[in-house]
Design a protein around this ligand. Structure first.
Ligand SMILES: [Mn+2]
Length: 349
């Protein structure tokens, strides 16, 4: 496994030099953040970012994300231009030596939480998703501010986009995803860049919008749409694990054995009775997932892709980007590294 860490660039309160100080750190996971979704990233800004990362002694191997324009997900005629731009971004990132591109295909909203600073019994704060809080939210009343949701739609724009999605049910969304994949995967193959879709978070429809990268059956279907290693997964244990119906260890085992996982997001999550969930520390007893078993199956299957601790809590008084502080993610990184080292040493002949 190659240990990696998400970094939001120069504006990230977490300095890249600090990330380097985490033992066994290998690669940065980052992106160009100041270009509107759907546009082409300049080669110059990509190379500048690469240089910053390499100056810090780290690799520039993983991009998270190159976002997919809404018109592609909606299957509108205007999608072709955005798909062409997407292909160009793949080519430009390949030129900079990028190995893996993460993206997602969630309509309108990215990962969704109802509160960013829920205080846990130990005084740390975490991101949570409480169903009763979500049920009180109305995406069209103009007051919705969803944590983690970067898009700045006006009330009218949001109403318009919801209107457009009335014509897109799950099967339509599948069709639009297939169209997109059949366009971009050949380019990824040509460039030797592994595409890695991030599952939907949480893994079920919200606000009446369809979500399809949600469970084992659907991931099987996704992988068959284009049966190529270039059409792979970012397997996020916390996203898929925030619903009772996914057996995370079995899924990681299956897809890593198939060589279709290129990037792992490993974090723990505590599932509550009513289907709500709280993000927790990585350590298995803190949540509902068995992180040791997850890493064990990766080791068994000789996983050599990228792994990053995903969201962390805010601890030790740290402030900053919710989910993306330094301290708790660094603890997660070391926990994962410790498990991996133990597996290597106990399995040494
Ligand atoms: Mn994730």
């Amino acid at each position: 496994m190659k240990l990696s860490f998400r970094w939001y660039g120069e504006n990230d309160p977490v300095k890249i030099g600090y990330i380097r100080q985490i033992p066994s750190m290998y690669s940065i996971v980052t992106a160009i953040y100041d270009v509107p979704v759907g546009e082409v990233w300049s080669q110059e800004s990509i190379m500048k970012l690469k240089e910053k990362v390499e100056q810090a002694g780290l690799k520039f191997d993983v991009i998270e994300s190159v976002p997919v324009h809404e018109d592609i997900k909606l299957g509108l005629p205007s999608r072709q231009q955005y798909i062409d731009n997407y292909k160009e971004n793949i080519r430009r990132l390949a030129k900079a030596g990028v190995k893996v591109i993460c993206y997602n295909f969630m309509p309108v909203f990215d990962w969704t939480r109802t509160q960013l600073d829920k205080e846990l019994p130990d005084g740390s704060t975490a991101l949570v998703y409480y169903k009763d809080q979500l049920n009180r939210m109305d995406p069209l009343n103009g007051e919705l501010s969803l944590p983690g949701w970067d898009s700045s739609y006006s009330k009218d724009q949001l109403a318009e986009i919801f209107e457009k999605y009335k014509a897109v049910d799950e099967e339509k969304l599948w069709g639009n995803l297939e169209y997109f994949l059949k366009e971009i995967i050949p380019v990824a193959q040509e460039c030797d860049v592994l595409m890695a879709i991030h599952p939907d978070d949480p893994p079920y429809p919200i606000f009446g919008l369809p979500r399809i990268i949600t469970n084992e059956k659907n991931i099987d279907r996704f992988l068959e749409l284009v049966d190529s290693k270039y059409n792979g997964l970012t397997f996020c244990t916390g996203s898929l694990g925030s619903a009772h119906f996914n057996d995370i260890v079995a899924m990681v085992d299956k897809y890593s054995a198939m060589r279709r996982i290129h990037f792992m997001h490993i974090r723990n999550v505590k599932l509550l009775e009513d289907g709500s969930f709280e993000e927790s520390a990585h350590y298995s007893p803190c949540g509902s997932l068995d992180i040791v078993e997850i890493v064990k199956v990766l080791y068994k299957n000789n996983f050599d892709g990228y792994v990053r601790p995903d969201h962390g809590r805010m601890i030790w008084g740290e402030t900053g980007r919710p989910g993306y502080g330094l301290y708790d993610r660094a603890l997660g990184a070391m926990y994962l590294t410790g498990i991996w080292e133990t597996l290597e040493k106990t399995n040494k002949k």
